[in-house]
Design a protein around this ligand. Structure first.
Ligand SMILES: [Zn+2]
Length: 281
């Protein structure tokens, strides 16, 4: 199976579907990350050129950790638009890889780049099988399944169609977060007015946000506003009902960390066979 995860920025795939990516790599599936933007906008001290170079290094480290190919396009942050040129670039890119599934942003999102990325995937979806569109890149025979990554936006609210247990991936997910040094320890705390402790171990503890134990309740998790372990735990807390539906009361009620996905109705169908290969895990 071939899986393409498309984020507007480096770290969008990592934080939303990095656990699933890692599971797939371990299953022998071919996973590719695409960041449509180059990361130039994500720092308050480094120049855009320095930030781009720093982000490229961090993404290479993530790629090595997860064992996947990581492509970064040369589009500056905050300039991604769903225009014809970018749509055609994306059509050619997707056709060349020919994935069975694409995961991306919903086009309902606070960030213009996220919206554009989701829109571009939607716009490309049907055209992937249209031979006269981008005839230099042979059309696909069928549309890939398209899924959206979880977000917190409410108009309309994200639907947890597929919610997966990530308890065995939390260590990897935290390692991924830790590798995005200039984002999680520098840029994002700056935007939120947070102070990061000195020292690698101290800052990593801080990055988790909260020590989550089997006794921690969903209400306690939902009340904490900072941290990446917390962020991943919130997905499980928010979609507790879906986790219990999938895994049963016994396991579903105990899962601490999850990733959630919504089916995009413009992609290929999630058949029973595909569901088994992709989400039965
Ligand atoms: Zn982003």
């Amino acid at each position: 199976m071939k899986i393409l995860m498309i984020g507007a920025h480096q770290d969008d795939n990592e934080f939303r579907c990095g656990g699933l990516a890692h599971k797939y790599v371990k299953m022998g599936y071919e996973v590719r990350f695409l960041s449509m933007c180059n990361g130039c906008g994500g720092h308050h001290i480094m120049t855009p050129e320095e930030t781009t170079a720093c982000r490229a290094k961090e993404s290479a480290a993530v790629a090595e950790l997860l064992g996947l190919q990581y492509d970064v396009w040369d589009i500056d942050d905050c300039t991604l638009v769903a225009d014809l040129e970018t749509r055609r670039r994306l059509i050619r890119y997707i056709r060349e890889f020919a994935p069975d599934m694409i995961i991306t942003h919903r086009p309902n999102d606070y960030h213009a780049d996220h919206r554009a990325a989701g829109q571009l995937v939607q716009d490309a979806s049907y055209l992937l099988i249209v031979p006269h569109e981008c005839p230099d890149a042979p059309a696909m025979k069928k549309m890939p399944l398209i899924m959206y990554n979880v977000d917190n936006f409410k108009n309309p609210e994200f639907r947890g169609d597929i919610v997966l247990d990530m308890d065995d991936e939390i260590d990897t997910k935290m390692k991924i977060a830790d590798l995005n040094v200039c984002q999680v320890y520098e840029w994002l705390p700056y935007t939120k007015g947070l102070t990061v402790p000195e020292g690698k171990e101290e800052r990593f503890e801080w990055l988790k946000g909260m020590n989550i134990t089997p006794e921690t309740t969903d209400e306690e998790v939902m009340a904490v506003t900072h941290g990446y372990a917390v962020r991943f735990a919130k997905v499980a807390a928010r979609f507790r009902k879906e986790l219990i539906e999938r895994y049963g009361e016994e396991r579903g009620s105990k899962i601490r960390y999850a990733e959630a996905f919504e089916i995009c109705e413009y992609g290929g169908a999630l058949t029973e066979e595909l569901n088994k290969k992709l989400f039965d895990l």
